[in-house]
Write a protein that binds this ligand. Structure first.
Ligand SMILES: Cc1cc2nc3c(=O)[nH]c(=O)nc-3n(C[C@H](O)[C@H](O)[C@H](O)COP(=O)(O)OP(=O)(O)OC[C@H]3O[C@@H](n4cnc5c(N)ncnc54)[C@H](O)[C@@H]3O)c2cc1C
Length: 369
């Protein structure tokens, strides 16, 4: 009899794990969505570079192809003592549990009224609505349009540039359709290498995207955001991409989480004393070889899933667990049509080569499905 393995969340971590395990367990994937969304390509969908079918992958088809069970429900509670996962009107027992429920967009409580304007870019409906709204704005003639993107991290800059590219492709002047990126830190792409920052700045400048730094948003109204210096920026369309935070699934066992609600896991991604419960991806707090917190990235989620798949197979072979250093291999940032910038180790990449490499990483992800 194969052991029962439940995986909560079919994001990057969950799907990599499923593929690597090659049906060695009876796998049940529980995901509250019907589709896996390739989050690293959302900006390209918004800018019209790819179609929806290239962005989302139906779990139903995937589960048939890879021979696992799929349940389209939200996990509401966990009981680690008794090995039970609870959903609405249903519960399931497991031998092994992997929590890979990822993260949601972070909406700081300090921003007044943000609760009424929350749009989580990780949700398909939000992505589709934003694109529809943007496409409708492109069609309006003789009107000054303002788009505000709050947060100039990797997702913020990629989205701003992709929208700017589309505006240019439609022969609309950036004065008529203006994009403003707001970042509370001193620079765009905070924490990134200067090479990436400078190349990205160059492109934002070329597209006439306005960058507002060093001011944080204090309030959002129906048509404007207000900054800490009381400046008001009017918008027709806005999007907040200020980082992520995990939604911790309720559990009976008082499990330790960090300030971002991530589970604190050991070197084998196990949670506390529960040797049959693992957590990977954005939902887990892991450390780099230098002892720094690993940023939540798809790349990190994939690495963790690969190590965990080896260890789950080792359980079946009565072998000891392996430990592998988790290290970000590099960063690639899309900068519009056929253009990207990247830093892989010490190797600086720019232009078409970086763009092709980024597409290749996306291709490697897509062929999983
Ligand atoms: C716009 C954008 C651009 C990005 N670009 C990059 C990039 O270029 N490179 C990079 O490395 N990373 C990028 N990231 C980050 C990357 O997408 C995440 O780090 C990655 O998705 C984490 O994978 P995960 O498997 O942990 O979680 P996710 O991929 O978020 O998957 C979690 C899954 O769990 C499901 N779920 C959640 N709660 C429950 C529940 N209670 N019950 C059932 N199901 C549940 C969700 O429906 C979802 O399918 C980007 C993120 C965004 C939003």
């Amino acid at each position: 009899m194969k052991k029962e393995l439940i995986i909560i969340g079919g994001g990057y971590a969950g799907t990599t794990l499923i593929n690597k395990l090659e049906s060695k367990f009876t796998i049940t994937l529980i995901d509250e969505n019907k589709y896996h969304i390739e989050q690293t390509e959302i900006h390209r969908y918004l800018g019209g570079q790819i179609l929806l079918d290239d962005l989302i992958f139906k779990y139903e088809n995937y589960s048939k192809k890879k021979n696992f069970n799929y349940i389209n429900k939200t996990v509401t509670k966990l009981d680690f003592e008794n090995n039970i996962v609870f959903m609405d009107n249903e519960s399931l027992k497991y031998d092994y549990l992997v929590i890979s429920n990822g993260s949601k967009t972070f909406f700081p409580k300090q921003i007044k009224n943000l609760d009424f304007h929350k749009k989580d870019i990780k949700l398909l409906e939000v992505i589709k609505n934003f694109k529809n709204d943007f496409d409708s704005l492109l069609k309006i003639k003789n009107k000054k349009i303002n788009i505000v993107i709050a947060g100039a991290g990797l997702s913020g800059v990629e989205i701003a540039i992709e929208l700017a590219q589309k505006i240019k492709d439609n022969n609309i002047s950036p004065n008529d359709m203006k994009i403003t990126l707001v970042e509370q830190q001193k620079t765009i792409l905070p924490g990134n290498n200067d090479f990436l920052i400078n190349k990205t700045k160059e492109v934002l400048n070329n597209f006439d995207v306005t960058c507002v730094h060093n001011e944080f948003i204090t309030q959002i109204e129906d048509n404007k955001i207000i900054l800490s210096n009381n400046e008001e920026i009017f918008y027709d369309l806005s999007l907040f991409v200020l980082g992520v935070s995990t939604i911790n699934i309720k559990n009976e066992n008082n499990i330790e989480v960090n300030i971002k609600n991530q589970y604190i896991v050991n070197d084998y991604f196990q949670i506390n004393d529960f040797s049959n419960v693992f957590c990977i991806g954005d939902a887990a707090q892991t450390l780099s070889p230098e002892g720094k917190y690993n940023l939540p990235t798809a790349q990190m989620a994939n690495q963790q899933a690969e190590v965990l798949s080896s260890n789950l197979k080792n359980i079946l072979k009565n072998k000891t667990f392996i430990i592998k250093e988790l290290k970000l291999k590099g960063v690639l940032i899309d900068l519009g049509k056929n253009n990207a910038v990247g830093l892989i180790g010490n190797l600086k990449l720019n232009g078409y080569i970086a763009f092709i490499l980024k597409r290749f990483t996306s291709y490697l992800h897509k062929i999983k499905f």
